[in-house]
Design a protein around this ligand. Structure first.
Ligand SMILES: Cc1cc2nc3c(=O)[nH]c(=O)nc-3n(C[C@H](O)[C@H](O)[C@H](O)COP(=O)(O)OP(=O)(O)OC[C@H]3O[C@@H](n4cnc5c(N)ncnc54)[C@H](O)[C@@H]3O)c2cc1C
Length: 662
């Protein structure tokens, strides 16, 4: 029907897909809800599959025994290898020794916290509640007001608040270690910023993340055998193409040589400068990589950076300046023109950091990471990562409950005792990992809220007004860029012509104005993944990395303007694209805020500034995921090492908890 209408009407028809406030949520919830139910009805075995290395009996440097216990208990038994060579000493879990609260000494909270981590395992483990005999990877949400019978009989060892990818990763690591873990997710489906949905009927779009690069720089997918749970990553090469309005093109391939050759087609001088910039950037990325994988302590940072500066013997002072400054000036120093400055800056901005941010040069140096590790799309969309995690969690005996927003984390005497859902269900537990915005978790949900110096430091962390806005466009064609070559739609397509435009856009968005011109980038993943759109049709994901969270006039009134300007920008660079539009869906920061529970629509939960990264994220005191509250751990995009789809905060938080108590 839409296809037979004149072009201008088709566009209007498409706009009918644009949601009013709350509509996007309603439609999405319906979709996910039915899918969740289907999965539940299909059923999953209580425990199946083992991780690589288990059969050999080795994991995390320890020997694991798969004995004669019932399957769901097997992972709870472990053997430690006697370093003196005395053979394996099997041990099951020790008995309970927890004192009643009334008998506990009135120690200051921070000392109890330290003591709890230092006391040997046998002295702090309470009796284990019996593990559930039957589990499912996903339970459908109960009708509101229906009491949950399990709440009366079971007590999970650990509750994870938030079923985004980090919460699920944390839960998988806990379940793998034999811990009885329950994930509570507010929405009717898991995934948070890693979801894919038919925002236009028949076309599957990523709701947020598209490129899963950081997780592919870690060994987490292999450790959890996510490929065995159905996850397939496809490389997007070239990872980026600069689509300048004047018709010039630069293709950034995984290979630096191929990239330099592509730049040289337009400007040989610029090509040589790009190679020199990469010569500088590759060692920088190698140095900071451990921090971004969550493997560097705060103490190591000065030493490592000092070694890096020293390694550039000829120009150590310039190197120090390059590292400390913003990427605006870094790129102006290293790259001669906007031919490459514009797209490199657009890629840096894609990491949610502005061109003027002190220390933000890191994000422009990060360009080298794509040459080193590539850019990756999860086949089927970002949701496939989440589906694989849910499958793995189910196979390890963990549990996910959706439609269960947590309203309160009770810690009356300085230690966690229970979580309470918005429906009023109280779930007793002895440990909680929060995998949501850390400020909401520790200053909002925690009862009583985190106080003292640690609480004040957390309250002082920042998130700016600059976030992302999206327009999903379903079309019967890819954007027909003049002079396009095969592969041009594989990765990110940058529409940022000038670094100055990005600088101006950031300032405008921070002040609550819609930038003009709009900096934009596109992903057309249907070009490499036929599962996302009907045959011959495509998903065109258009993102503005400098959108104001709060905009003058409000998003309800500005949303149509955003859509018009985004479509006009594509049409300018790809004449004839608008004629093929089948449907449009706008996904603005206000909708993300209300749906995803992201304060300020901020998908990284906190700004990715240098003082809020790695071991300083969210604060130095909380950078090891432990809190002053007994049994409470913090994870998610706002924690060490960073936001985005990295999974490292999830693994780190689980490991911190396991090191302390299991
Ligand atoms: C437009 C856009 C594009 C992006 N592109 C990329 C990209 O290409 N690559 C990349 O790496 N990153 C990208 N990101 C960022 C990425 O999506 C997020 O940083 C990431 O999803 C954060 O993951 P998380 O698991 O820590 O938290 P979230 O994804 O925020 O998950 C938290 C979960 O907790 C749930 N929750 C919240 N409150 C409660 C509560 N009280 N009780 C129970 N559950 C609760 C939420 O519903 C959610 O499911 C993008 C973001 C946006 C907005």
């Amino acid at each position: 029907m839409v296809g037979r209408q004149p072009a201008h009407l088709r566009q209007r028809a498409g706009r009918r897909h644009e949601p009013g406030p709350g509509q996007a949520l309603g439609r999405y919830v319906g979709l996910r809800g039915s899918r969740v139910r289907q999965r539940h009805q299909r059923g999953r075995p209580a425990v199946h599959g083992r991780l690589p290395g288990e059969r050999e009996g080795l994991r995390d440097g320890q020997r694991w025994a798969l004995g004669v216990q019932p399957a769901h208990r097997q992972l709870a038994v472990r053997r430690s290898v006697d370093p003196a060579g005395g053979g394996d000493r099997s041990r099951s879990r020790p008995p309970a020794h927890r004192q009643p609260a009334a008998l506990r000494s009135p120690e200051p909270r921070h000392r109890r916290w330290r003591r709890q981590r230092l006391v040997p395992e046998a002295a702090v483990l309470p009796a284990r509640a019996p593990r559930r005999a039957h589990r499912s990877a996903l339970r459908p949400s109960r009708p509101i007001g229906t009491p949950d019978p399990r709440a009366l009989t079971t007590t999970p060892d650990v509750v994870v608040v938030g079923g985004g990818h980090n919460g699920l990763v944390a839960a998988c690591y806990l379940a793998r270690a034999g811990v009885d873990v329950l994930v509570l997710e507010a929405l009717d489906g898991p995934g948070g910023g890693s979801r894919t949905a038919e925002t236009v009927p028949g076309y599957r779009f990523d709701l947020h993340s598209v490129a899963h690069n950081m997780i592919n720089m870690t060994d987490i997918p292999a450790e959890l055998d996510l490929a065995g749970a159905g996850l397939v990553y496809q490389e997007m090469d070239p990872f980026s193409v600069a689509v300048h309005a004047d018709g010039r093109r630069v293709r950034f391939y995984r290979s630096i040589d191929a990239t330099v050759a592509s730049i040289a087609e337009a400007d040989p001088v610029e090509a040589a400068a790009y190679r020199a910039f990469m010569d500088k950037a590759v060692p920088v990325v190698r140095t900071i990589l451990p921090a971004l994988r969550g493997q560097m302590s705060a103490r190591e940072i000065p030493e490592r950076l000092g070694a890096l500066v020293g390694s550039f013997r000829h120009r150590p002072a310039e190197t120090a300046r390059d590292l400390l400054g913003p990427y605006d000036s870094l790129l102006r120093r290293w790259l001669p023109s906007d031919l490459t400055r514009g797209p490199v800056a657009a890629f840096a901005a894609h990491a949610a950091s502005g061109p003027g941010l002190p220390g933000g040069s890191l994000y422009a140096f990060w360009q080298a990471a794509y040459h080193m590790f590539g850019q990756w799309h999860a086949r089927g969309g970002a949701q496939s990562l989440v589906d694989a995690l849910v499958t793995r969690l189910g196979s390890l005996g963990g549990e996910l409950r959706c439609g269960a927003p947590v309203a309160r984390i009770e810690a009356p005497n300085g230690a966690v005792t229970a979580v309470v859902t918005e429906e009023g269900e109280r779930i007793p537990t002895r440990a909680v990992i929060t995998a949501i915005d850390p400020k909401t978790a520790l200053l909002g949900l925690l009862d009583p809220p985190l106080g003292g110096r640690v609480g004040a430091d957390l309250a002082a962390t920042r998130r700016g007004n600059v976030v992302q806005a999206l327009v999903h466009v379903a079309a019967d064609r890819l954007p027909p860029y003049p002079g396009a070559r095969p592969g041009d739609w594989n990765g990110l397509q940058s529409y940022v012509d000038h670094l100055d435009d990005l600088v101006a856009a950031w300032a405008a968005a921070e002040a609550g104005r819609l930038p003009d011109p709009l900096p934009l980038y596109a992903f057309t993943t249907s070009a490499i993944d036929s599962s996302l759109a009907p045959p011959g049709h495509h998903t065109v994901y258009l993102a503005c990395p400098a959108a104001p969270a709060t905009v003058e006039g409000g998003w309800d009134t500005r949303r149509p303007e955003l859509v018009d300007r985004v479509l006009a920008t594509v049409e300018e660079r790809a004449p004839g694209f608008s004629a093929g539009i089948q449907g449009v869906h706008a996904w603005t920061p206000d909708l993300m805020e209300s749906t995803e529970r992201w304060p300020g629509g901020h998908p990284m939960h906190l700004d990715l500034a240098l003082d809020q990264l790695g071991p300083f994220r969210p604060t130095k005191a909380l950078g090891r995921h432990r809190t002053p509250v007994g049994g409470l751990y913090v994870s998610g995009a706002g924690t060490n090492p960073s936001g985005g789809i990295s999974a490292s905060p999830g693994r780190r938080a689980a490991k911190a908890l396991l090191a302390d108590r299991w």
